[in-house]
Design a protein around this ligand. Structure first.
Ligand SMILES: CC(C)(COP(=O)(O)OP(=O)(O)OC[C@H]1O[C@@H](n2cnc3c(N)ncnc32)[C@H](O)[C@@H]1OP(=O)(O)O)[C@@H](O)C(=O)NCCC(=O)NCCS
Length: 139
C-alpha cells in the first residue's frame, strides 16, 4: 500500500536513499517533508520498499525525489508511486507532471519514457555532478 510517511519511517527511507543515489539527501531534509501530502511510501508486509516526494507548483506536480530499494527494482513499485503522484496532482488541479533526472542515468530515463514522459530539454547547474534532463507528461 501507499501511505504518507511518519517519523518512524525515516530510517527506512534514508536507507533506500543512501543505497540509491551517489549524492543522497540528508535525513534532516526528509524530516522537513514530514506532514507534506506529497511525501509518500510504498509498504508491503510491513517493509518500506520505496518512497516519493512531490510538490504542487501552480498547475504542475513536480517530483523532487523517487526511489525504490535496490532489492525490489523492476517489480512495478516505481510505476505505482508515479501513478500515486499523478492522482495526487490531479486532486490539486495539476495538468502536467515534471521532473529532472541525471543525464548519465539512462536507465531511469527509460523508466520515465516507458511511462509516457517526454524530454523538455537539458538543464545545467541542477545537479552538482551532472547535467539534468528535464522531462514532463501531461496528466
Ligand atoms: C526509477 C525507479 C524508481 C524505478 O522503479 P522500479 O520499481 O524499478 O520501476 P518499475 O518496476 O515500475 O518499472 C517500470 C518500467 O520502467 C522501465 N524501467 C525501469 N527500470 C529500468 C531500467 N533500469 N532500465 C530500463 N528500463 C527500466 C521498464 O520498462 C519497466 O517495465 P519492465 O520491468 O516490465 O520492463 C528505480 O529505478 C530507482 O529507484 N532508481 C534509483 C533512484 C533514482 O535514480 N531515482 C530517480 C530520480 S529522478
Amino acid at each position: 500500500m501507499i501511505r504518507n510517511v511518519a517519523e518512524s519511517d525515516l530510517s527506512a527511507i534514508v536507507d533506500i536513499e543512501n543505497l540509491s543515489f551517489s549524492v543522497p539527501w540528508p535525513r534532516f531534509l526528509f524530516k522537513s517533508y514530514l506532514g507534506c501530502h506529497g511525501f509518500a511510501l510504498y509498504e508491503q508486509n510491513g517493509i518500506v520498499k520505496g518512497y516519493v516526494i512531490a510538490d504542487i507548483i501552480d498547475s504542475r506536480i513536480h517530483i523532487g525525489s523517487i526511489a525504490v530499494h535496490p532489492k525490489y527494482l523492476r517489480s512495478g513499485i516505481g510505476t505505482k508511486l508515479l501513478d500515486w503522484c499523478i492522482d495526487f496532482g490531479k486532486i490539486y488541479g495539476a495538468a502536467i507532471i515534471t521532473l529532472e533526472v541525471r543525464e548519465k542515468n539512462r536507465n531511469v530515463q527509460m523508466f520515465y519514457l516507458n511511462n509516457g514522459f517526454k524530454v523538455m530539454g537539458i538543464v545545467t547547474g541542477y545537479y552538482i555532478d551532472d547535467n539534468a534532463v528535464a522531462m514532463y507528461r501531461d496528466i
